[in-house]
Design a protein around this ligand. Structure first.
Ligand code: GDP
Ligand code: MN
Length: 337
């Protein structure tokens, strides 16, 4: 009948392990996704795309985090598109929810004002929980303690090129801390007092500021004001050693105590970006031109034609977000001149 299945002898052998040359050196790294059960369809898409373009060859483990237990459907659907190891875990309650010491009346007033001003996610408490978790807590999760490196992946992102090199090993070998593919302006209305809080911290702890920092990327006036440039953190490859360092721990505690994650809507992207740009040498920040990446509505497509060809990229280089008026690639480029 039409329902007869194709006999085994027609199948190619499925390669499940990478060749020895690629297994001989590995980074202490995991692929990491924060997601809700309702994100399952988009989560599957991202995982499938990264497995196809990268991880099928490299076999790094995946870790999924959620403040609620993952559903059986989520776990089954995800496992079905992953070749290697995968773990599903819950976030400790205190790492996620709004702390009791936050003045809820003040927080609510802040949310209502942002809703009136039409600011994206302005009225959302869960979005604020997520931003605070990504700023100060994910790297404290028990299951991340054994890892140094992570690659942050979000639901429904695209990888437009073959990634046939190991970005973790490249970063390890070149003393890199943090890698990005897209940089842009943050909405100033979500972080009205973040820069003042940062300057206060730096004044109190000048020893944490790196000598050859990237201030010139973030400020057009020598540090007096913030130009809102940040690395788009839905893509991150980074070392958790930095988030666990004394400088970042103290910086996060200082920011958290201000309550700005709830009274305003501080994002993990500007918080991570400002910290890396100030407390690390600029040479420790890596722009991965080679990694074609899309998170709605923006795409980074390699500008180097050799990288684009070698990666068999399916994106259109001249429409890369790098050249958009809203991109901060100009500010990034200028610190290297
Ligand atoms: P956007 O990219 O800023 O529009 O925000 P997203 O909706 O993509 O959220 C950023 C990341 O946090 C994604 O990985 C989401 O799956 C995740 N996320 C957002 N809100 C929640 C939440 O309430 N619970 C969980 N578990 N994950 C969330
Ligand atoms: Mn997203």
């Amino acid at each position: 009948t039409d329902l007869d299945s194709v006999p085994d002898e027609y199948y190619m052998p499925v390669e499940t392990t990478p060749p020895d040359t690629l297994l001989s050196r590995r980074a202490n790294a995991t692929l990491l996704m924060l997601a809700r059960n309702s994100d399952v369809n988009d989560a599957v898409k991202s995982v499938r795309r990264l497995e196809d373009r990268f991880n099928r060859k490299f076999g790094y483990p995946w870790l999924f985090l959620n403040e609620e237990p993952f559903s059986d459907e989520f776990k089954t659907r995800i496992r079905n598109v992953i070749h290697g190891e995968v773990t599903f875990a819950e976030i400790p309650h205190d790492h996620w929810y709004q702390p009791d010491w936050i003045d809820e009346d003040r927080a609510r007033a802040g949310r209502e004002k942002m809703v009136a001003d039409n600011i994206i996610y302005g009225g959302s408490v869960s979005y604020r929980n997520m931003c605070r978790f990504n700023s100060g807590f994910f790297f404290r999760h028990p299951l991340l303690q054994n890892y140094k490196w992570y690659w942050r992946v979000e639901p429904d992102v695209h990888f437009h090129c073959d990634i046939s090199f190991d970005p973790f090993l490249y970063m390890e070998d070149h003393n890199k801390t943090y890698a990005f593919t897209i940089t842009m302006y943050e909405f100033g209305a979500t972080i009205p007092t973040l820069w003042d809080a940062t300057k206060e911290f730096v004044d109190a702890h000048p020893q944490y500021v790196a000598r050859d920092n990237a201030m010139g990327y973030m400020s057009d006036d020598g540090g007096n004001s913030y130009n809102n440039c940040h690395f788009w953190s839905n893509f991150e490859i980074a070392s958790m050693d930095f988030w666990r360092s004394e400088a970042y721990t103290k910086y996060f505690e200082h920011l958290d105590a201000k309550g700005g994650f709830y009274y305003e809507r501080w994002g993990d992207a500007p918080v991570h970006s400002i910290a890396v740009a100030l407390f690390q040498d600029k040479s420790q920040i890596q722009f991965f031109d080679e990694i074609g990446y899309e998170h709605n509505p923006y795409t980074h497509c390699p500008r180097n034609p050799d990288a684009w060809a070698r990666g068999k990229c399916d994106c259109e280089p001249k429409r890369s977000f790098d050249y958009d008026g809203y991109s901060c690639m100009r500010q990034w480029d200028r610190i290297w001149q």
